[in-house]
Design a protein. Structure first.
Lengths: 463, 459
């Protein structure tokens, strides 16, 4: 994308007014998406995004500028703009010598998106539309989307870091509306991996569509969810967002350093049920949050955050690790070249526990079984978090019974982690997610085995 | 999408758009949408600049329709070679769309544009050092409100945008706008050791120019929001009357707006799809979308397809009168565009949405509204609107924090609970609309709103 000698000159120029660090992050992303709605392919879209963000740091101050002009003069202008915000008043000539890192490619991509005809991508959507509508006369509307992208990135900095990476993404989603006597209900399914079109050799797209349709049809006979605190069992592969919100965000070092997290100062302490081991791992092949290098050029790795209930470490980016004088953890990420990196999760999941999933349900006298969670959010300073249950059922006398209407579940992160009293042995990763923080969205994965929380508050309307 | 009504401004981007449209061949409709924008963002922490972002970007999106088939492509550059590629890609993509008899570009409809002054030269020339100073001032004043308050971050942000649209159907419009805001996030601490407790708050001030800011009000609100919740407990579950704070009301209206979206209506995804002319809200409810009101933060003179923005009454005295449409959904619904095409930049085709929504305000203050509530809850914030509200089924359930109301007076703070009802019921359960209208930095204005019979779910 950019020649090595150009990078070296731009970086040296960026620190000539006394800054102590400069970085170039460049990306070239090509994407294709197709949307089906109301029974027809509405539109195929092609997009191209290309540019570079330049970050210059002097002490505690970061200057940042970006440009879509990748020529040496374009980069130099952006470097000047970034440096003017972060100059220490010092100066001097520094040379920058880049050392190219060996490639790190956790994902194996067989079919690059641009090698596949658009007609084959569009055909997937029609198959899903047919499968959803064949699921029952209740299905009145279907919307489906296909998306792929191929993003090449380059990071180089004045510490000599120089990496190239390429991430390919393939995504499919479907949402379905069913209509009945009690009004309309919705169902949703999605699939996303950091691999190419070969994913469709193994993924059954019709099954995905039928599952979305089944959710919507099932909910037509749903009753209002209860209100108040009840035991909650969460199905495997559907509730990783619980940990993402209940503690993941609170373990990001930027919140820790500002003492704006309930987990600040708690390393070495028991913060969760001893059943819980929580990992953030950017190297899982093919998963949605997987990267070869993070967006600061640091190689991704497997980080154990909580081990047998004890908090072992936080997640770190360049800036926060530098302040603490410790290594980065491969968690510096950004939405695009137009954004500053910050501490972010990759694939966040809880390892298997000892219980059979069926035993977890049968040993719950009364409660709620959540088969699919929606999005969530957390206030890291208080630990209060919510997430939506998009498919849930009553548990009565140890059996799953009637479906429930949608609602939010609310809890306090530190409390919920301690209240996990059963953990299954059926680990599964969940749906692809987009994590939002400070206005930036990045792709993340999550996963967990079936588990039970002794009490969470259900936001229903039934007394 | 804006034009500088009356000032005669025409962006050089118009030429770029015109040049693309001129390449249309017979039987082909083309629309080009070109933008350039920039932002300055200053974040201050403990008296020093934490980061400073200064950047500009530009791009183009091209839509091609032929034989009822639509294709689209975009690129984040205005390099002439890249623009040629974008047009070629959009033409290629067009072949994969399936014919839709209603697919067509917007047609000029003769509706007069209401002139707006959306560009402020004072902001464009505002010195960088003064921007940094505003963020520092806000941080200092916020910390000074109460010894229990810390500042998580204090920010100054400004942005400008310039855009041009042209089409083979005769749309040709360009303009520019700018605006700025300051915001602050707070933490309030109380107690030590195991009793230590932290709550959070936020405050902001917006304007077309930094001279419009009220830093003291932003500081006070940010401090109050956090300190008010100190000592909050989890309440018992029950049904009660809620009083929504203006900011929360604006979020609620944002959810309601998606049920009045013409595209959702024509595709059968709105719970109000066959309810035009019916009573859908309490008789005191009149809901208006009016981007021509210069007080609205999202005021604009033209919509995302280049048609004049206009005032639309959606609910009048509780009766559903109108859905909002862009030219596609309007045509499909057998009506016309209401000037409600939305556009999220050059990388997408126009959607449909309310542009500047507001309830017609009542007359009484929040304190007067609260005085009439015997057993209730003042909702200060909602959490999880994106996950717990389904605008298709109408199910409404969100996390919340606020203050209990007893005998007409505000009492103990509460948190970690949800409030739930359905959108259909909440509209008909509106008891009173406050007179305390506040133009917030979102697509809806806020005012206090009293809704009865909402389920509070806690212990």
């Amino acid at each position: 994308m950019i020649d090595d000698d150009v990078l070296e000159r731009v970086l040296a120029g960026a620190v000539r007014t006394g800054a102590d660090f400069a970085e170039v992050y460049a990306e070239d992303k090509a994407s294709t998406s197709a949307g089906l709605d109301d029974g027809r392919i509405e539109q195929v879209t092609s997009g191209r995004d290309r540019g570079a963000g330049i970050r210059v740091i002097a002490g505690e101050t970061t200057g940042f500028a970006y440009t879509s002009d990748l020529t040496e003069s374009g980069l130099a202008r952006a470097a000047d703009a970034a440096a003017s915000a972060a100059s220490s008043g010092g100066g001097g000539v520094r040379t920058v010598a880049l050392t190219k890192s060996a490639p790190h490619r956790p994902n194996t991509v067989v079919h690059l998106p641009d090698a596949i005809a658009k007609a084959r991508k569009v055909e997937l959507l029609q198959r899903m539309d047919d499968a959803a509508r064949d699921s029952g006369p209740e299905i009145v509307q279907v919307s489906a989307g296909y998306g792929d992208s191929s993003k090449r990135t380059l990071v180089a900095n004045t510490d000599g870091v120089h990496v190239d990476d390429e991430v390919v993404r393939t995504l499919l989603r479907i949402s379905v509306v069913a209509d009945g006597d009690t009004g309309m209900q919705t169902g949703f399914q999605s699939m996303g991996h950091t691999v190419g079109f070969e994913i469709f050799d193994t993924v059954d797209v019709e099954a995905l569509a039928r599952d979305a349709a089944r959710q919507a049809i099932t909910k037509l006979r749903a009753r209002p969810a209860p209100s108040g605190a009840v035991p909650v069992v969460i199905k495997n592969g559907s509730g990783g967002v619980l940990f993402h919100e209940a503690c993941g965000h609170g373990l990001e070092a930027d919140h820790i350093q500002k003492d704006a997290s309930v987990y600040a100062g708690k390393v070495g302490q028991l913060v969760a049920s001893p059943l819980v081991t929580l990992v953030d791992d950017g190297t899982m092949p093919g998963e949605w949050g997987t990267l070869g290098f993070d967006d600061e050029g640091h190689i991704t790795q497997r980080n154990v955050l909580i081990e047998d209930g004890v908090l072992t470490d936080y997640m770190w980016d360049y800036l926060r690790a530098r302040k603490e004088g410790r290594p980065q953890s491969g968690n510096g990420r950004r939405q695009s070249y137009q954004h500053l990196p910050m501490v972010r999760m990759t694939n966040t999941f809880v390892l298997d526990g000892p219980s059979e999933p069926d035993d977890i349900i049968s040993s719950t006298a009364n409660g709620v079984y959540v088969a699919k969670l929606g999005g969530g959010s957390v206030n890291t300073a208080t630990g209060d978090f919510v997430f939506g249950m998009t498919e849930a059922y009553m548990i009565e006398n140890g059996e799953i019974t009637e479906p429930l209407r949608e609602g939010n579940l609310i809890g306090n992160g530190p409390q919920v982690l301690k209240d996990i009293d059963m953990l299954g042995n059926d680990f599964a990763m969940g749906n692809p997610g987009t994590c939002g923080k400070d206005g930036q969205g990045v792709p993340v994965g999550d996963g967990q085995p079936t588990l039970r929380v002794t009490a969470m508050t259900i936001g229903g309307t039934a007394a | 999408m804006t034009a500088d009504g009356g000032t005669g401004f025409e962006s050089d981007l118009q030429t770029v758009a015109d040049r693309v449209v001129a390449q249309a061949v017979p039987g082909e409709e083309i629309e080009a949408y070109v933008t350039r924008g920039g932002e300055t963002e200053v974040r201050v922490y403990q008296g020093a600049v934490e980061h400073f972002v200064a950047a500009q970007s530009e791009g183009i999106g091209i839509r091609v329709i032929r034989d009822g088939r639509t294709g689209f492509a975009y690129a984040g550059t205005l390099d002439p070679g890249a623009i040629d590629e974008v047009l070629a890609e959009a033409r290629d993509n067009q072949q994969f769309g399936q014919p839709d008899e209603f697919a067509a570009l917007a047609q000029p409809d003769g509706v007069e544009v209401t002139a707006q002054s959306l560009w402020n030269e004072a902001l464009a020339e505002y010195p960088t050092d003064d921007k940094i100073d505003l963020a520092k001032q806000l941080e200092k004043r916020t910390s000074g409100v109460d010894p229990r308050v810390r500042v998580d971050d204090a920010n100054y942000v400004d942005a400008f945008g310039e855009s041009a649209v042209a089409s083979t159907t005769g749309i040709r419009k360009s303009g520019r706008e700018n605006g700025c805001y300051v915001s602050v996030s707070t933490l309030a601490d109380e107690g030590d050791g195991d009793d230590a407790e932290t709550q959070t708050g936020f405050g902001f001030s917006v304007g077309r120019s930094p001279h419009d800011f009220d830093l003291d009000k932003a500081a006070r609100e940010a401090a109050d929001r956090a300190t008010r919740l100190l000592g909050a407990t989890k309440p018992a579950s029950k049904r009660l009357t809620v009083v929504l704070d203006p900011f929360v009301t604006a979020q609620f209206l944002g959810v309601i707006s998606s049920t009045l979206n013409g595209e959702a209506v024509v595709k059968g995804r709105s719970l109000f799809r066959d309810r035009l002319g019916d009573d859908v809200a309490a008789s005191n409810v009149t809901l208006v979308d009016d981007p021509t009101n210069p007080l609205a933060y999202t005021a604009t003179d033209v919509d995302g397809e280049g048609l004049a923005a206009r005032r639309n009454v959606l609910i009048e005295n509780g009766v559903l009168r109108r859905f909002v449409h862009n030219s596609y959904s309007g045509r499909r619904a057998g009506t016309v565009s209401t000037g409600n095409a939305t556009r999220g930049g050059f990388a997408g085709t126009p959607g449909v949405g309310c542009l500047a929504l507001s309830l017609v305000p009542g007359t009484r203050s929040q304190a007067e509204l609260i005085a009439d509530v015997d057993d209730g809850l003042l909702v200060q914030s909602m959490q999880g609107l994106h996950s717990g509200v389904n605008p298709i089924s109408g199910d409404f359930s969100t996390g919340a924090a606020g203050l209990l109301i007893s005998g007409g007076e505000v009492g103990a703070p509460v948190r970690e609970f949800t409030i739930a009802s359905t959108l259909q019921r909440m509209l008909t359960d509106i008891v009173e609309i406050g007179g305390d209208i506040d133009w917030l930095p979102m697509r809806a204005s806020g005012m206090s709103l009293v809704i009865r019979d909402v389920t509070m779910s806690g212990v």
